[in-house]
Design a protein around this ligand. Structure first.
Ligand SMILES: Nc1nc2c(ncn2[C@@H]2O[C@H](COP(=O)(O)OP(=O)(O)O)[C@@H](O)[C@H]2O)c(=O)[nH]1
Ligand SMILES: [Mg+2]
Ligand SMILES: [Zn+2]
Length: 296
């Protein structure tokens, strides 16, 4: 009798899937025609059932329902998205970070804001980003991939989780990836080499982290073309609006042009960050605009 095993797909190339099992063993598996018939494509991150025959060849039997599915890179069951901003060059793109927070809310992925390059001389910029996002999410970590500052705190937060990095180009995603994997590289050199290698394969892979957990080798979302939510959904996705949202005069208040709006009041009194709010207005308008075009 074939024995049923359980594991996690960490890689899939050309119809072969590498599954990591609880005992730390890896099996290369083929997907049975069954999957194709149901239009199911196994993804890295999928929890699967497999069997291994006498020759040691594995077969995927079933995929557990996914908690979520990231598109760029294509990975299932992601616990955390690390939204990376830089306290130095390049100029931070907080609008991208805001949209990535919306994406996390929509996909039920826990966001972690990682402020990288918090090394000498970047304290002011780091504190400014911290202040803007203090009400927006729980996990904000200031780090330096270069000096190692804050990396222990970050590692602890990520331990045992399945994670993916996101953020604009040159903020240090590859450097963070390499540091988290314990590759101990000094600067971007090796990271660039890794990246070039990845471009040729194009398939994302999950790599076990030394402290437990898995990290995607391909960083995603250096930009988002559209707002990842409908306009009406957006107010609820701003956690810092939460305590004021119910106090507006109108139910369904968008907190933009309505009178007696508690959120606008909180912004005016400095209880909600001004810059986050002004980007919010821009993002909602962008979402309205793109919906209009969708039905044009
Ligand atoms: N000062 C400083 N530079 C860093 C840090 N992390 C990365 N860098 C540099 O930032 C540049 C871009 O890093 P990279 O990891 O390739 O960014 P990516 O495009 O987001 O993958 C490289 O030159 C890195 O050496 C850091 O913590 N501090
Ligand atoms: Mg990179
Ligand atoms: Zn309001």
């Amino acid at each position: 009798m074939e024995q049923i095993r359980h594991g996690r797909i960490i890689k899939g190339v050309g119809g072969f899937y590498t599954v990591l099992c609880g005992d730390g063993k890896r099996y290369v598996c083929k997907a049975r025609g069954l999957f194709r018939k149901h239009g199911e494509t196994p993804l890295p991150g999928d929890m699967v059932e497999l069997t291994v025959d006498k020759k040691g060849e594995g077969y995927l039997k079933a995929i557990s329902p996914r908690e979520n599915e990231l598109l760029r890179p294509a990975i299932a069951n992601v616990d955390m998205l690390l939204i990376v901003l830089s306290a130095r060059e390049p100029e931070p793109d907080p609008e991208l970070a805001d949209k990535l927070l919306l994406y996390c809310a929509k996909q039920h992925i826990r966001p972690v804001l990682v402020i990288n390059k918090c090394d000498e001389g970047a304290n002011g910029a780091c504190a400014d980003i911290m202040k803007q996002y203090a009400g927006a999410l729980d996990d904000i970590v200031a780090v330096s991939a270069e000096t190692g500052y804050g990396m222990d705190e970050l590692r602890e937060l990520l331990s045992g989780k399945t994670i993916c990095l996101a953020g604009q180009s040159a903020v240090g995603k590859s450097s963070l990836l390499n540091t988290l994997l314990g590759l101990e590289l000094k600067t971007g050199e090796l990271s660039q080499k890794t990246e070039r290698g990845r471009h040729t394969t194009r398939h994302a892979e999950l790599i076990p982290m030394p402290g437990g957990g898995l990290i995607a080798d391909t960083p995603g979302f250096s930009m988002l073309e559209t707002v990842p939510a409908e306009p009406e959904e957006i107010p609820r996705m701003y956690r810092e609006f939460g305590e004021y949202g119910g106090m507006c005069r109108f139910i369904g208040c968008m907190h933009i042009s309505e009178p007696d709006c508690a959120v606008k009041q909180a912004v005016a009194e400095g209880r909600v960050d001004k810059e986050r709010y002004s980007r919010y207005v821009k993002i909602v308008n962008e979402a309205i605009e793109s919906r209009r075009h969708k039905y044009d």
